[in-house]
Design a protein around this ligand. Structure first.
Ligand SMILES: [Mg+2]
Length: 361
């Protein structure tokens, strides 16, 4: 197969601030593999989870070094490429995994979800994200989302560098806005919070009561992820029994191995394609989580519609979709996943169901 790499910018309509910093724009990579007249596309890019980070430059270097080794290989069977994929970093593996799956689906003329036996009509509403900021700015962001889509699930970022008082003020203001909306329109809106590892144990415990009082249904990654797996599990275990709402691991949970070690201590996991290294591992994780009785969230970084369209192929397995990043881009070069109300559905078409529109390939 012939492999090409393109770099492209992604610019957010509204910059997103979380506990670790603010993102206004990123650079991502498009990987295209061509074989026997069929081209499969994958998207990837650098990201930072607090304890592990990858730069887009490093991911591009990895994929460029790999390209000559793909020249005499075929995209199928996928299993024959597993050793080569296993040696890559998660984001480099994700780019290639997506391109290989896209090629495979196009070769068979079917969307991936259909090849996996999934019901593409099943999709829960996606949450939309409110980043950190002043109370006024966060409420203005909420109104902007409501002007764009029904947004019946809100994910509020907490772990503010300004401290717990600011976190409390944000929860109060947003919960009150949701109550007002319900009183005025009858529309119930679910509130989720994500601390992105911005609390310690004491702060997390101090927040749980207020979160429960204000009807928050889940709290994501209260404590920073730890490189030591036992220490990481211990943090979730210390909160699990006291936590009145669903406790969800994100930055701590990258792959199936993480999921299995965290399973006794959490209620759900946030799976992201850049962390899992693509669709093969994400499918395994989603199916295993469900079998273990865990709820499944599917999340994103600053991803465009190719990554989120790939994730949309697995939405029938997802309880809490959180795939809103492409809805906040001004220069997304891809088209595919369909928004119906606030439910995301996979794009029509074979493979990932995503078209590359804004890039010369
Ligand atoms: Mg998260």
């Amino acid at each position: 197969m012939h492999c090409r790499l393109h770099r492209f910018p992604l610019t957010k309509a509204v910059p997103l601030a979380i506990s670790r910093g603010t993102t206004a724009a990123v650079e991502h990579l498009l990987i295209a593999i061509e074989h026997e007249g069929i081209t499969g596309f994958g998207e990837t890019g650098g990201f930072d989870s607090g304890h592990r980070s990858f730069s887009t430059d490093a991911v591009a270097d990895e994929l460029c070094a790999l390209a000559p080794r793909l020249a005499d290989r075929s995209p199928e069977p996928l299993q024959a490429l597993e050793p080569l994929l296993a040696a890559l970093s998660p984001p480099a593996r994700c780019g290639l995994d997506l391109a290989l799956h896209d090629w495979w689906g196009k070769r068979l003329g079917q969307p991936l979800g259909r090849l996996w036996g999934l019901d593409s009509a099943v999709s829960a509403p996606t949450s939309v994200t409110l980043g950190l900021g002043s109370v006024e700015a966060v409420l203005a962001r909420l109104e902007r989302w409501w002007a764009q889509l029904p947004a019946t699930r809100i994910k509020l970022k907490l772990g503010s560098p300004d401290g717990l008082e600011h976190d409390r003020a944000l929860v109060d203001a947003v919960a009150t806005a949701l109550q007002r909306r319900r009183a005025a329109t009858g529309i119930a809106t679910e509130l989720q919070v994500d601390a992105n590892g911005g609390w310690d144990l004491e702060r997390a415990r101090a927040m749980l009561g207020l979160l429960a009082e204000r009807g928050v249904v889940l709290v994501e990654q209260p404590l920073p992820p730890q490189a030591d797996p036992d220490a990481d599990c211990a943090g979730f275990a210390a909160l699990d029994l006291d936590c009145p709402m669903a406790l969800v691991a994100d930055e701590s949970c990258w792959d199936l191995q993480d999921l299995l070690r965290l399973a006794p201590h959490v209620d759900g996991v946030n799976i992201k394609l850049l962390k899992s290294g693509g669709l093969a591992e994400a499918l395994l994780m989603a199916r295993t989580a469900r079998r273990l009785g865990l709820a499944v969230m599917f999340g994103c970084y600053s991803d465009a519609a190719l990554l989120n369209g790939a994730a949309a192929q697995l939405l029938p397995l997802v309880d809490w979709p959180d795939l809103d990043s492409h809805l906040n881009l001004v220069d997304d070069p891809f088209a595919g996943p369909v928004l119906e109300g606030d439910r995301l559905l996979p794009g029509r078409g074979p493979g990932l169901g995503v078209a590359v529109e804004g890039l010369a390939c």
